[in-house]
Design a protein. Structure first.
Lengths: 288, 264
């Protein structure tokens, strides 16, 4: 049957015509397009700061200008103290977030398994999220004294609900067609969870991680301000010391470090993860 | 209610093949009391092995409901369903998993029916080749056109090695040219592999183009109202006068069914 051959040719020909064609944008151009608005915004913010300083609203030993703060930051980086403090704080951040991740995933997957759990415990988890993490500290200090355990405790309470919620929201919003397709292929219970529910909820899970990180970071800073442990010079502790010494330049330099770390982890780790998933799933315009 | 011309060239001569799918007085009611919706009302039909049967009906005739019951996604309110062997179901959308590659989607069907890992890779290749998508296994579903995605779904369904392929308006959202090609592809695979097909559509010409037998379903509640044997030699084309003539006859029958609801 000669028609079979022509059929195959016709099919592949039409495929070639129908394959979506994305305009090629160079990597450098794409990078630049993403960077310049941020650079502009930063410059504007620094300019605004400098304007307030120039206005003389507060004397410059209380409100130093950006230049003085960056000079201070450079000196502190140079003498190594700041690096040590960042080290201690980041170690706590990873431990606390890691713990929150374990608890959040365990809680989330437990809750998603049954509808009753979801409506009962699910709303409780959301409620827990509205509790400001700093309000947990007095209790945490009663439980654990002024120790790292107290800080971890509050970090987990702050971040784990967000992570669990991401997982729960993800499983709640899976398109029914995906579940049906999985069941038609023969996936049931555990294999349905493993092959359909878990991967399908990934974008929402990553959003939960992102939010969990923000909560964990905030809890950690609050904790380091309140729970000062001897011989453990952390970033939060530096804030406290700088305020006691009325050293505004050091104080603001430390705040910049806190801001920078928070943003960097959010953008580099979770932002990239989110973007990678969206690109693989075809949820973004390939040209952007 | 049989009709039209002479030679039959379906895969199986009438009456000889065993029954692979039996629907016996199946009803499906959604909800309870006065608000209940009778989606299907005592539907009965048989599919013989290797047969290609199309189910046509207007909206609300419970076509999709029936396929869901047959695929085991839901259970009937009353009546019996018996399927000899396995079923696979294709949806109107390809319903591929976006977190897997094209090859991964096909491979998952193999994995879930217990094909060992080392055998999956060559099987995926040959399944993709079957639908003319060789070499595209590493692509993501979103990188393909709608027609190509639907062929991946077909490869995945074939990968389930089902005895009965259930298709729920699988080409409904495709353009006419792509649809014509997919009709030919499906007909070729069906002829080669000899599975049984139950194909649901609201497009009567499509039904006549493909089927050995066309069943007309009434609307609300769904019930089999008529059956037409199609004796047009294969391979067929959707534009031929013979297809048009029978399609016209079936459409008339459908119109009668639809008009019934105008007075209600």
């Amino acid at each position: 049957m000669a028609t079979r051959r022509t059929l195959a040719e016709e099919v592949t020909g039409l495929d070639a015509l129908e394959m979506p064609v994305a305009p090629r944008v160079s990597r450098a151009a794409r990078l630049w397009a993403g960077v310049w608005p941020k650079v502009l915004a930063t410059v504007l913010a620094l300019g605004l700061w400098q304007l307030v300083v120039w206005s003389g609203w507060r004397p410059d030993y209380v409100l130093p200008g950006p230049l003085a703060v960056f000079r201070e930051l450079w000196d502190r980086l140079y003498d190594g103290k700041l690096v040590g403090a960042v080290g201690i704080t980041m170690r706590r951040a990873f431990m606390g977030f890691g713990l929150a991740l374990l608890v959040g995933v365990a809680l989330g997957s437990l809750v998603t398994r049954s509808k009753i759990m979801r409506s009962g415990v699910g709303s409780m988890i959301s409620g827990l999220q509205t509790m400001p993490s700093i309000a947990w500290f007095p209790l945490a200090i009663l439980f654990f004294k002024r120790s790292e355990a107290a800080i971890m405790f509050v970090m987990v309470l702050g971040a784990a609900p967000a992570i669990a919620n991401g997982l729960i929201a993800g499983t709640d919003h899976i398109p029914p067609l995906m579940l049906r397709a999985g069941r038609v292929l023969g996936a049931r219970d555990l294999s349905l969870f493993r092959h359909v529910i878990l991967p399908a909820s990934l974008p929402s899970f990553v959003a939960g991680l992102k939010q969990g990180w923000a909560f964990a970071w905030r809890s950690l800073m609050a904790g380091e301000l309140l729970v000062i442990i001897a011989n453990k010079h952390s970033i939060g502790e530096q804030l406290q010391v700088a305020r006691e010494l009325a050293d505004a330049e050091w104080l603001m330099a430390t705040m910049l470090v806190i801001l920078f770390i928070g943003i960097a982890v959010d953008a580099l780790v979770f932002g990239n993860l989110d973007r990678a998933i969206r690109r693989r799933w075809g949820l973004v315009d390939p040209a952007s | 209610m049989t009709s039209v011309s002479s030679t039959r060239s379906g895969a199986v001569p009438e009456g000889t093949a065993p029954t692979v799918l039996q629907v016996d007085g199946v009803s499906k009611v959604f909800g309870h009391g006065p608000a209940a919706v009778h989606a299907l009302d005592r539907v009965s039909l048989d599919l013989r092995q290797g047969e290609f049967v199309c189910l046509v009906g207007a909206s609300g005739c419970g076509k999709s409901t029936l396929l869901h019951l047959l695929a085991g996604l839901d259970s009937p309110t009353s009546g019996k369903i018996h399927v000899e062997g396995r079923t696979a179901l294709m949806f109107q959308e390809a319903a591929l998993f976006p977190w897997l590659t094209v090859g991964g989607n096909v491979s998952l069907a193999l994995r879930l029916r217990g094909v060992p890992r080392q055998e999956r890779r060559p099987m995926v290749s040959s399944l993709l080749e079957m639908v003319h998508l060789e070499g595209l296994g590493a692509r993501r579903p979103h990188e393909l056109s709608g027609g190509m995605r639907q062929r991946v779904a077909l490869a995945r369904a074939l990968g389930q090695d089902a005895d009965v392929l259930l298709m729920d308006e699988p080409f409904g959202s495709l353009d006419a040219m792509t649809r014509d090609l997919l009709h030919a592809e499906l007909e070729r695979l069906w002829t080669d592999r000899g599975f049984t097909v139950l194909f649901v559509t609201h497009n009567v010409r499509e039904a006549v183009r493909l089927a050995d037998r066309v069943l007309v379903l009434t609307s609300r509640p769904g019930r089999v109202a008529a059956s037409f044997d199609v004796h047009i030699p294969r391979p067929r084309r959707i534009e031929t006068p013979a297809v048009s003539a029978l399609a016209g006859e079936i459409t008339d029958q459908l119109s009668v069914e639809v008009r019934r609801h105008g007075h209600a």
